[in-house]
Write a protein of this length. Structure first.
Length: 227
């Protein structure tokens, strides 16, 4: 698996890359709910999701990225606290890097809330932190085996998941915790695991009408005011 920065530069030359990202990460996974062989759109497509379902029923695992529908209630409003104001928003269709699982909750970073280049930074930082795993990932997935980042999973299970994100922040001079969210598993609908080979579309993805109370552009603009 090439570095996310390299993939970003390559895909950035494609004229309709944002449309491709939308069709891949939203239309295929959420609207059409394609699964197993039906979701293998490209020659390098994989189906790690089915392997995960066979292993543990598809229960979320740290180190993977998930997308799903999350109908929020008043308790799920996200607050962005600035010097003199507090802004609120909700995201009905997040794309979440799973930091850890705690009882009945999925805890992670909602990558939709990060600006495009900050998403690249996040993926690149994760890739560099576990480079040995990612360099071997294509061999594993080509042989139809489940690729688990056991090193990260071990760290997350030992309550170090949040500490790792802080290290990511420092390494990348970023504020990835801006997207920190806690989701109640019982409220999640259409939980989908995003395949490794489709992570490269995440920086280009615009969820369009998924945000309420604020749009994505406003949320991204506020991100830079938190640095």
């Amino acid at each position: 698996m090439d570095s996310p920065t390299k993939q970003y530069k390559t895909l950035g030359t494609i004229n309709d890359i944002k449309d491709i990202a939308y069709r891949t990460l939203f239309t295929k996974y959420i609207i059409e709910d394609k699964r197993a062989e039906k979701k293998l759109w490209e020659i390098d497509s994989t189906d790690q999701e089915s392997l995960m379902k066979a292993k543990n029923g598809g229960f979320p695992i740290p180190g993977f990225i998930y997308t799903f529908i999350y109908p929020p209630t008043q308790d799920d409003l996200v607050e962005i606290k600035l010097k003199s104001k507090t802004k609120e928003y909700v995201d009905y269709v997040p794309i979440v890097f799973c930091i850890k699982i705690k009882k009945d909750k999925l805890i992670g970073i909602n990558l939709n809330t990060l600006p495009e280049l900050e998403r690249v930074k996040f993926l690149e930082t994760y890739w560099r932190g576990y480079k040995t795993f990612f360099e071997d990932i294509e061999k594993i997935t080509e042989n139809n085996k489940l690729a688990l980042n056991m090193s990260y999973i071990s760290n997350a299970s030992s309550k170090k998941g949040q500490d790792i994100i802080k290290i990511f922040d420092e390494y990348a001079s970023a504020n990835f915790n801006y997207g920190y969210r806690i989701y109640k598993l019982k409220k999640i609908k259409i939980l989908r695991m995003v395949e490794y080979c489709e992570w490269n579309y995440i920086p280009f993805y615009n969820p369009k009408d998924a945000f309420k109370k604020m749009n994505q552009k406003q949320i991204h603009e506020l991100y830079y005011r938190t640095l």
